[in-house]
Design a protein around this ligand. Structure first.
Ligand SMILES: [Zn+2]
Ligand SMILES: [Zn+2]
Length: 876
């Protein structure tokens, strides 16, 4: 059975037992910005398990794409050194939402394992939680499993919890005994040993309790089932392989690596480790890039970058010094095309992104490795085994070496890394860059405020007007005691309802007024320390620090901005739903008059799809669901701890903005209370901004209405002009255009005929000079090309002789002279035209057979043409 067969069989087995087969959810969780990557099958059902979301089915099965890298449990550095650790893997799972429980789960699992999957019963073992007598009894009663192969294990191995609080319960695992040969050989070796002999295949979680803050567990009213089995592992067992890498899920990728580097898999562990690393990382890279993640220095993008750079470094040990990973990742798209056809569709894009990162990193890798080697040997000479934080930081900062890459390099050398020192160096650098950016935007006056611990409190989420105290007035980049009428200034207050430009949302406008003061605020910005700065012009009176002022935001403009911002979130979610998981926001602009949304996607969005997207956004608006905002500590939001890695922008508190049951995003912007306030959503354009990045521009509310009205007026006008109804315009216009086309054709034919006739008439004007036929005439054509065509035509008719033609516009004269071959010994077209042109105030010349010229005195043309006969007579 191939990997594809096993996946297929799993899903059809459960489908035949009343389970709804659900597609794998995105690797980047749709509605959970706090989770780094989807890491289990249950992630997309989390809210269903918690009872927050209802589904139309109570049993489900899926094969889920998972990535485990970069989180708290970071296995990255083990990948390649074992046959079982992966960054990317697929998890097969069946789920019951308050439907069947332990009995059903055990029966279903046993039947599949010993039936369709055909595993030998005598090699299977089972573990249960030590206090779970019920599960123990069910295994003994319902299956042919002998009691001595049902093992009780403790909380560490067999108790599962979603988090510190929430659903939890015992679990039960099915294991296979791979035989003594695979084991550690210790007499104590048994189920639960950390060697490979008793391999865990399938984990059944019995969600039975709800744990509260105090740690007390109460039974859930509707206990549920969540199970997970790694596809790569079951494939290895069924295919009789000792490592997952030997299965058909990996071998085609490994073959590709072998052909690129010339080393054979299995030849030596020195080359096997890099081959395994590259095979594994190629899969993760293809799926992550295909899932919309781009390599960067923060969050998910940094995890991807670490994976890519680790693979590139290992490639170097195989002699791969030019980009190669894009090719092995391209192989992944082909191996996975049956279950994940979208990967192959994005093939060119995926290769492009990966190749770009390879080229970037290869530029510094060699130098970096050399520098590191020198430094390390210096340390070894001194007997130092702890690599200083400053060196780790230098490698990170200057050469782009992620920490785990250094870890890999020194793995064999028994050296350790001073991570405390590294963190310290990192913190110092951040501090430095922070003090450097404080100078922005107009000098240092605001830095002084921050240094005193003074900040601005933004209170504009719920109100647009308030009274506050002026903390600072700045003119020409310096803090001043007073500013008066006509001055362009910046004002900082203790509190403000004005939103400072951030996260794509433009700054507010409005007024600040006092007893003897009025200022028009033209823009509001934020300095890096989150001090909110009002920029504008004093239109009356004067202002000084310490005064009390009323701040009033232009509320109509703000409402328009909010409509566009909430619409942006809805659009983002709809795009992911319609176009696929790879869609990720890569930029946005939220202004009062329009919104702009940039996203990762590989091809133009066709008109039909665009219409569907527009409809779905409008459906959401018409449902008029609420927009909820939850504020929480960053620590609480980023439970995985890793999303926050290198992400400075979120600060200590984060806001989670939820369009009810549809979209959840971390966002500091302002939003409508309900989606209905957006009114109408209209896309006005879709296009490319960069390779793999598309842009949609759209309007909402009144602006959208005005746009539609304008379009409709234009149609009415056009319809009137064409004397038809707007809906019949295309047909009518088609008709007019085809009439025009046939009229054009007719006209061209007529013109050609007329021209031929006219030139034939001209032949009557031929005179004879010294036995040579000479034609010198003025004609009416308006381009040199047309003049040449006519001269050619006349020469052909004349067969032997000289043709000189002239034409004129109000500004200039055009001339051409043509001499047939038999007269070229005596007469030179270039010489003739030169003399004629001189008479119309111009010059020119050319070849003996044909020459063109022009002049600036068109009124002299008849005279000049009349002189042609004399010129020819003299030349003869
Ligand atoms: Zn063992
Ligand atoms: Zn937002």
């Amino acid at each position: 059975m191939t990997g594809d067969d096993l996946r297929e069989k799993f899903l059809s087995y459960f489908e035949g037992r009343d389970h709804k087969v659900v597609k794998s959810s995105s690797l980047v969780p749709d509605d959970d910005p706090t989770l780094l990557f989807t890491n289990a099958g249950m992630v997309q059902f989390k809210r269903t398990f918690l009872g927050e979301e209802k589904r139309s089915y109570r049993r489900a099965a899926s094969s889920q794409k998972c990535v485990r890298a970069g989180g708290k449990h970071n296995d990255l550095e083990n990948v390649g050194h074992t046959g079982r650790h992966h960054t990317f893997f697929e998890m097969l799972g069946n789920f019951s939402f308050g439907d069947y429980f332990k009995k059903g789960a055990i029966e279903l699992a046993w039947e599949l394992m010993t039936g369709d999957y055909g595993l030998p019963e005598e090699k299977l073992w089972v573990s249960v939680y030590e206090k779970d007598d019920e599960a123990h009894r069910l295994w003994a009663d319902l299956t042919s499993m002998p009691e001595e192969r049902i093992v009780r294990l403790g909380e560490k191995d067999n108790f599962w919890a979603m988090g510190d609080t929430g659903p939890c319960g015992p679990c039960s695992e099915i294991l296979i005994d791979q035989g003594e040969g695979v084991g550690c050989g210790r007499p104590s070796c048994k189920v639960g040993c950390d060697c490979d002999r008793y391999l865990e295949l399938w984990n059944l979680v019995f969600m039975e309790f709800n744990r509260d803050q105090s740690g007390r567990m109460t039974p859930l009213p509707k206990p549920s089932i969540d199970t997970g089995m790694g596809l790569e592992r079951i494939a290895a067992v069924v295919q009789g392989c000792t490592s997952n890498y030997e299965t058909d899920l990996f071998m085609p990728i490994i073959k590709e690596i072998e052909s690129l580097c010339g080393h054979n898999f299995g030849a030596s562990s020195a080359t096997d480790i890099p081959i395994k690393v590259i095979a594994d990382h190629s899969r993760a890279a293809a799926f992550l890039v295909g899932g919309g993640v781009l390599p960067s220095n923060e969050g998910r993008g940094y995890v991807l970058r670490r994976i890519l750079r680790r693979a590139i470094r290992y490639g170097r040990t195989l002699g791969l010094t030019r980009p190669f990973l894009y090719l092995t990742a391209g192989k992944v798209s082909r191996v996975m095309q049956k279950p994940y056809p979208e990967l192959l569709e994005a093939d060119a894009y995926i290769k492009n992104i990966i190749k770009g990162e390879e080229e970037r990193f290869l530029g510094t890798l060699d130098t970096g490795l050399r520098v590191l080697e020198e430094e390390l040997s210096g340390l070894r000479d001194k007997g130092i085994t702890d690599i200083p934080g400053a060196l780790i930081f230098k490698m990170y900062d200057t050469y782009g070496f992620p920490v785990d890459l250094i870890q890999d390099i020194v793995r064999e050398q028994k050296m350790s890394l001073d991570m405390t020192g590294f963190d310290e160096a990192m913190r110092e650098q951040r501090e430095k860059s922070r003090t450097q950016t404080v100078a922005y935007p107009t000098g240092s006056p605001y830095g002084g405020l921050s240094a005193q611990g003074v900040g601005t409190e933004f209170v504009g989420y719920h109100r647009t007007s308030m009274v506050s105290e002026v903390l600072m007035v700045v003119a020409d980049g310096e803090a001043v005691d007073r500013a008066g009428e006509g001055d362009t200034i910046e004002v900082v207050t203790a509190k403000t309802p004005f939103y400072g430009e951030a996260g794509g949302q433009v700054g507010d406008r409005g007024r600040i007024s006092g007893q003897n003061f009025e200022m028009e605020v033209l823009n509001t910005i934020k300095d890096p320390n989150a001090i909110i700065i009002h920029r504008g012009k004093v239109i009356r009176g004067s202002i000084s620090p310490g005064e009390s002022v009323t701040l009033t935001v232009d509320a109509g403009r703000r409402r328009a901005i909010e409509s566009n911002h909430t619409a942006t979130h809805i659009l983002h979610a709809v795009l992911r739903g319609v176009l696929g998981d790879h869609v990720k926001q890569s930029g946005s602009l939220v202004a009062p008059d329009r919104l702009r949304f940039d996203f990762t996607h590989f091809a133009a969005v066709d008109d039909e799809t665009l219409q569907e997207i527009e409809n779905l956004v409008n459906d959401r608006i018409q449902e008029n669901v609420s927009v909820q905002v939850a504020e929480m500590d960053a620590d609480e939001a980023f439970k995985t701890g890793a999303v926050a890695l290198f992400e400075e922008k979120y600060g200590d508190r984060v806001r989670l903005v939820e369009v009810e049951g549809f979209s959840r995003e971390l966002c500091g912007g302002t939003h409508t209370d309900r989606t209905g306030e957006i009114g109408l959503f209209k896309i006005v354009s879709e296009g490319a901004v960069a390779a793999g990045v598309r842009r949609i521009e759209a309007l909402t509310g009144k602006a959208a209405l005005a746009y539609v009205q304008q379009a409709s007026r234009t149609l009415d006008t056009l319809a009137q002009m064409l004397k038809t109804k707007p809906e019949e315009l295309p047909e009518r216009l088609q008709k007019v255009l085809s009439q025009l086309k046939s009229a054009d054709k007719e006209l061209a034919a007529f013109k050609a005929k007329a021209a031929a006739k006219a030139s034939d008439q001209l032949l009557a004007e031929v005179k004879h000079v010294d036995g040579v036929s000479v034609l010198a005439q003025e004609v009416s054509v308006d381009t040199p090309a047309a003049l040449r065509d006519m001269a050619d035509h006349l020469r052909d008719k004349l067969k032997s002789g000289i043709v000189v033609l002239g034409s004129r516009t109000p500004e200039k004269a055009l001339l051409i002279a043509v001499v047939t071959r038999d007269h070229q010994k005596k007469y030179h077209a270039g010489q003739i035209v030169k003399q004629v042109a001189a008479m119309v105030g111009g010059g020119g010349g050319g070849r003996p057979d044909m020459a063109q010229a022009g002049g600036t005195k068109p009124e002299k043309l008849p005279e000049a043409l009349a002189s042609v006969f004399d010129i020819i007579a003299k030349a003869g």
